[in-house]
Design a protein around this ligand. Structure first.
Ligand code: HEC
Length: 145
């Protein structure tokens, strides 16, 4: 019985020693890798992602009550995978990837895309322009911080 106990203790001791060696070996390179980008930089990186999403979320609220419906109605026929999409996220990403003035010009033109809402669109867009402009300025400020 005593001998068996002694054996168990000895095996545990050896196992412990082996584990210490393994841990020491693993800890070495890991610590070096962490030192390259100082760990104090990590929270900062995380902070950059979150506000950008908050900025976009806020702009999306304004976009949903301004451009979204007009572009969905008039442009979906040919730009459904961009600013004419019936999906709010697809629509705003399409919108932001283009020049706003070109979108406006085409939305109030009878000559682009053969659509007949040009006069109505002009009135609608004029009515929400202030709302949108303020929203977009806030967004630009927000993402530049
Ligand atoms: C009948 C099809 C059709 C409709 C409807 C249509 N477009 Fe277009 N649009 C085109 C085509 C084709 C092009 C690419 C050739 C060009 O630039 O004219 C284009 C290009 C554009 C561009 C330039 C894209 C770039 O790369 O700079 C803008 C901006 C644009 N459309 C806005 C609109 C808006 C806003 C509406 C809705 C009010 C609309 N279009 C409706 C066919 C259409």
């Amino acid at each position: 019985m005593n001998q068996a106990k002694y054996f168990m203790m000895a095996s545990l001791g050896i196992a412990f020693l082996l584990m210490s060696v393994v841990f020491t070996n693993c800890a070495g390179p890991k610590n070096e890798a962490v030192q390259q980008p100082p760990s104090s930089d990590l929270p900062e990186e995380h902070q950059e992602i979150a506000p950008a999403q908050i900025c976009l979320n806020e702009l999306m609220v304004v976009y949903a009550r301004t451009w979204f419906d007009v572009l969905k109605t008039s442009c979906i026929g040919c730009h459904k995978s961009g600013h004419g999409s019936a999906n709010l996220s697809v629509s705003i990403f399409g919108f932001l990837s283009l020049d706003e003035q070109r979108i406006r010009n085409n939305a109030i033109s009878n000559h682009h895309g053969n659509h007949f809402e040009a006069t109505e669109n002009l009135q609608t867009i004029n009515a929400f322009t202030d709302d949108w402009t303020i929203g977009r300025e806030k967004y630009e400020d927000c993402i530049s911080q």
